[in-house]
Ligand binder design. Structure first.
Ligand code: NAG
Ligand code: NAG
Ligand code: NAG
Ligand code: NAG
Ligand code: NAG
Ligand code: NAG
Ligand code: NAG
Ligand code: NAG
Ligand code: NAG
Ligand code: NAG
Ligand code: NAG
Ligand code: NAG
Length: 401
């Protein structure tokens, strides 16, 4: 057996090790700038890079970070318009932000070993259709993905997350974060594909969830919300949360196909309850709802409202429908002082919300929006999240390409 056959690779390996100990593997609190593949290659002997790594505009084609396993700061690429692919085959963690923004030509993002990220922020990546996160990211403080070409969230495998924003991803048809049990921040799902199916099969607790423009929503395990559950302008035909017992504000507005809401275990609404402008919703029935800390504001075209367990409404009560429904049970609640605030209940051709907006699409062309709040007062129109500018830029850019 020849000795030299082994000594050559050994020398090469020790050479690489010496390079690693002597080279520049970044500095905490400062940024290592990457302008080309050779800058990335200069880091290939660093298992840990300290500080941030930033890709600088002007790069064209792809960049691969071989060898790096950890970044103690952020990995950032902003306005690197012509970057087509970004890959880090060995990278397992990014301590701070993983921020990619305005990278129009990016089609491939390959981070097969990545599991832990401080936060994910991807914005204006119109040609990125999938994430090659093979192991799957199971830890990220927050996730914001807006105006990308993603069709699914495959590769995002979180157990828990803070803020979670999915906005203006117009090709996104499927969100299934199977492992997620706890969303501690604000969830916003808005203006993605009109065919979007959202599934959170194991989500138990959340704080504030807003769904817009969504086709189906599945939250079979959801038990407690400390904030708002808001459904606006969705295409769902039914909404079921069989285990939900408490939430703050509960809003169902402008869901034109919504025919049934099933919240069989809902007992406490610690904010207000607002249901407005859901043209197909004929029956509203919350069998166990007992206390509402704010107002109840229910307008539309329904023919039956049933709140048989109601014991306390601290705000006002407004029920107005174009449909023929019975107010007798509510008249009694008003007489018995179960309802503390102002009381309105009637059939009318112009149902009006507490904030004065119209509560039925069958009688008006203008859209409306209402919120019953904990004070019992009405707030103005609910702001639609910032889909406008980035969506427009993305659309224009994709037309130009
Ligand atoms: C990286 O670039 C930024 C500005 O683009 C600059 O402030 C910073 O000093 C650069 N970092 C290094 C190590 O040269
Ligand atoms: C991207 O490539 C185009 C065409 O080669 C070039 O005109 C443009 O300056 C590049 N943009 C950036 C930010 O590098
Ligand atoms: C995430 O996945 C990695 C690798 O599979 C595993 O070692 C780690 O314990 C997981 N972390 C969490 C929070 O599940
Ligand atoms: C949700 O996560 C937060 C923060 O990690 C934690 O304080 C809270 O106890 C968790 N709730 C549940 C029900 O797991
Ligand atoms: C609903 O809650 C019950 C009682 O807490 C629990 O046994 C059941 O597994 C929950 N259902 C789902 C789908 O999580
Ligand atoms: C939900 O909240 C109720 C009342 O605050 C509490 O009794 C219950 O344990 C909570 N359930 C979960 C799954 O956190
Ligand atoms: C819930 O989040 C939405 C969207 O960010 C916000 O408009 C609303 O005020 C929040 N509601 C509560 C009760 O925090
Ligand atoms: C999304 O729903 C909102 C209502 O919440 C509506 O105003 C908006 O036009 C819808 N956007 C799209 C892209 O369908
Ligand atoms: C609820 O909506 C889903 C998705 O559109 C549908 O598959 C299901 O049949 C509906 N369930 C009921 C009871 O209408
Ligand atoms: C209204 O709905 C409730 C619950 O679904 C039902 O028990 C009741 O009979 C309905 N009332 C009318 C007049 O249809
Ligand atoms: C409304 O319903 C009640 C009870 O079902 C019925 O007696 C009454 O005639 C209906 N009124 C109209 C205008 O349809
Ligand atoms: C409905 O009730 C409100 C308050 O009692 C009243 O101002 C309004 O005129 C009523 N509308 C109809 C059509 O009776």
């Amino acid at each position: 057996m020849s000795f030299s056959k082994y000594i050559v690779p050994a020398l090469l390996a020790s050479g690489a090790a010496m390079a690693a100990s002597s080279d520049n593997c970044g500095t905490s609190g400062s940024t290592t700038n990457i302008t080309s593949q050779s800058d990335a290659d200069a880091l290939s002997s660093c298992t840990t890079v300290k500080g941030d790594i930033a890709l600088i505009p002007g790069i064209s084609n792809g960049i691969t970070f071989n060898g790096i396993e950890q970044i103690t700061g952020s990995l950032i690429a902003t306005d690197v318009t012509n970057l087509t692919s970004l890959s880090a085959p060995d990278l397992t963690s990014i301590a701070d932000e993983f921020h990619l923004e305005s990278i129009i030509l990016l089609t491939s993002l390959s981070f097969p070993e990545l599991t832990s990220v401080g936060s994910i922020s991807f914005e204006a990546l119109p040609n990125l259709q999938s994430l090659t996160f093979t192991t799957g990211v199971n830890k990220s403080g927050s996730v914001s993905i807006t105006n990308t070409g993603l069709t699914s969230l495959s590769g995002i495998e979180l157990d828990t997350v803070g803020d979670f924003d999915l906005t203006a991803n117009t090709a996104l048809t499927s969100v299934n974060v199977n492992n997620i049990k706890n969303i501690t921040g604000t969830l916003i799902i808005s203006a993605n594909s009109n065919k979007l199916d959202v599934e959170f099969p194991n989500l138990v607790t959340a704080s504030n969830m807003t769904f817009r423009n969504t086709s189906t929503i599945s939250v079979p395990s959801l038990a407690n919300l400390t904030g708002e559950l808001g459904l606006f302008g969705n295409y769902i035909t039914n909404f079921t949360a069989p285990n939900l017992t408490t939430c703050a504000d509960l809003d169902f507005e402008d869901n034109s196909k919504l025919a049934s809401i099933s919240l069989p275990e809902l007992v406490h609404v610690t904010g207000g309850l607002a249901i407005s402008n859901n043209a197909d919703l004929m029956t509203i029935n919350f069998p166990k709802l007992s206390t509402v800390a704010g107002a109840i504001d229910i307008t539309g075209d329904y023919t039956n409202v049933s709140l048989p367990s109601l014991t306390e409404v601290k705000g006002g009560f407004n029920a107005e429908s174009t449909g023929n429904f019975s107010c007798s049970a509510f008249n009694k609640l008003d007489d018995d002082n179960v309802i503390s605030g102002s009381y309105t209940c009637n059939t009318t051709s112009h149902p009006t919300n507490l904030d004065g907006s119209s509560g039925s699409s069958s009688t008006t062309s203008s859209s409306s929006s209402a919120s019953a709040t904990s004070s019992g007062a009405a707030v103005g129109n609910v702001a639609i999240p910032s889909v406008g500018f980035t969506a427009l830029v993305g659309a224009l850019l994709s037309l130009l390409m």
